[in-house]
Design a protein around this ligand. Structure first.
Ligand code: PMP
Length: 428
């Protein structure tokens, strides 16, 4: 059933460390070998052995309208003929900057980079340059990419692989990163009090998506905003996952909290390699060449990536009903999953906001990394594989969020729910 994937993985391991170009893809946490994909369309992915999957990763977010979304494909094809890169400015970069600054609250300017990692790295450098302070606070289980400073108590693949301290990250760098448990304001207050006038920024996933999906508890983000205001600290929302996914204006709009800087990734390139940092003019103009905080990129603002992102974002901007439809589909799926888990008599906790959700097998609420780690991840592994065999592709780790696509039909959701029922009966 997976013979070609097995063969390709064997070949890949000879020339690519671990056989993959990003760790979570390797199925390390769920066991077994990864499935190699051939093509995808709408809500479905097809692997090299001809198996079809209903996709709940959607390239970890960007395929919000489905794979190979026709207008995006057409725009890429058209623009590829004009050249794939100039290394000089294009009007497209201004066009997408205007669109994004009109969609997202509290930002006047945006700088394009090539990944979420670069976006967060730039945001921290900018916050340090702007405030003249060195330290920053992040949250345990949150992931902001693989820049050295973020690989402290990180989520996503770092959590999946159980790496406590990353070799290659110097103690000097790590000592400027302070970590607090998610949803824990007193811990943040303590760090701020203990490092007076030394903290440049607090960076947070406004909805965490890298330890499963974890919602901010009432007052958490408001509390961070207040702490930042009272202490001259910049609040950075990492909206690499939540941006344009939870609402047109991201978590800032949905949750009504203002950030000082916002980072984006994935979705703003419609799946092409893009990231961005955005904020008010007063802060953003500290970036080179307007200011002295250096940041650059040969391929930044790449024309193919820009037209792909512009086409997708414009569709989202013009059709806000998409967000209601995604919410409805998510609720429908969750109700079905609850039935499936209930019928099997397993304890579970489902976190959900908009089109992001995650399932943890535990009776306790999942509010932080400690809670996520304490869930029955053995059962998740078996559930993952049972679903895969039944044609449903879930994130291969309990420490990742599921991402819904609007290409899903009610029939797809029913098929998924049936698969969950049959999977639970088979593994419980
Ligand atoms: N921030 C968040 C919230 C993310 O989820 C990710 C990636 N999953 C990143 C940053 C890093 O983005 P990239 O993988 O594009 O470097």
């Amino acid at each position: 059933m997976y013979s070609k994937s097995e063969m390709l993985f064997g070949q890949a391991r000879q020339v690519i460390p671990g056989g993959v170009n990003s760790p979570v893809r390797a199925f390390k946490s769920v066991g077994g070998n990864p499935v190699f994909m051939q093509h995808a369309k709408g809500a479905y992915m097809y692997d090299v052995d001809g198996n079809k999957y209903i996709d709940y990763i959607n390239s970890w977010g960007p395929m919000i309208l489905g794979h190979a979304y026709e207008p995006v494909v057409k725009a890429i094809q058209e623009h590829a003929a004009y050249s794939t890169s100039f290394g000089a400015p294009t009007a497209l970069e201004t066009k997408i900057a205007e669109l994004i600054t009109s969609m997202v609250p509290n930002i006047d300017m945006i700088r394009m980079v090539n990944s979420g990692t670069e976006a967060c790295m730039t945001a921290i450098r900018l916050a340090r340059g702007y405030t003249g302070r060195n330290k920053f606070i992040k949250f345990e289980g949150c992931y902001h990419g693989h820049a050295d400073a973020f690989l402290v108590s990180a989520g996503s693949g770092v959590a999946t692989l159980g790496i406590q301290s990353v070799p290659g990250v110097t103690a000097g760098v790590a000592s400027d990163t302070l970590a607090a448990p998610y949803n824990n304001l007193p811990a943040v207050e303590e760090l701020v009090a203990g490092n007076k006038d030394e903290i440049a920024a607090i960076i947070v996933e406004p909805v965490a998506g890298n330890m499963g999906c974890i919602l901010p508890q009432a007052g958490f983000l408001e509390g961070l905003r207040k702490i930042c205001d009272e202490n001259g600290i910049l609040l950075i929302f990492d909206e690499v996952m939540t941006g344009f996914r939870l609402a047109r204006g991201g978590a800032q709009e949905l949750l009504g909290i203002k950030a000082d800087l916002v980072t984006f990734g994935k979705i703003i390139g419609a799946g092409m390699p893009v990231g961005a940092v955005a904020g008010p003019k007063e802060i953003m103009e500290h970036l080179a060449p307007a200011g002295k905080v250096y940041q650059a990129g040969t391929l930044s603002g790449n024309p193919i990536a820009m037209i792909a992102g512009y086409t997708l974002l414009q569709t989202l901007n013009d059709n806000p009903v998409i967000y209601d439809q995604l919410e409805e589909k998510s609720n429908y799926l969750i109700n079905g999953l609850k039935e499936a888990f209930g019928a099997a008599g397993v304890v579970y906790s489902i976190n959900h906001i908009g089109s992001m959700l995650s399932v943890h097998f535990t009776e306790y609420p999942i509010i932080d990394f400690t809670a996520a780690s304490a869930a029955n991840n053995e059962l998740f592994k078996r559930f993952f594989h049972a679903m895969l065999e039944r044609g449903v592709y879930l994130p291969p780790s309990a420490f990742e969020s599921w991402f819904m696509t609007n290409a899903l039909t009610t029939e797809d959701l029913d098929t998924t729910i049936q698969a969950a029922k049959s999977a639970m009966q088979a593994i419980k």
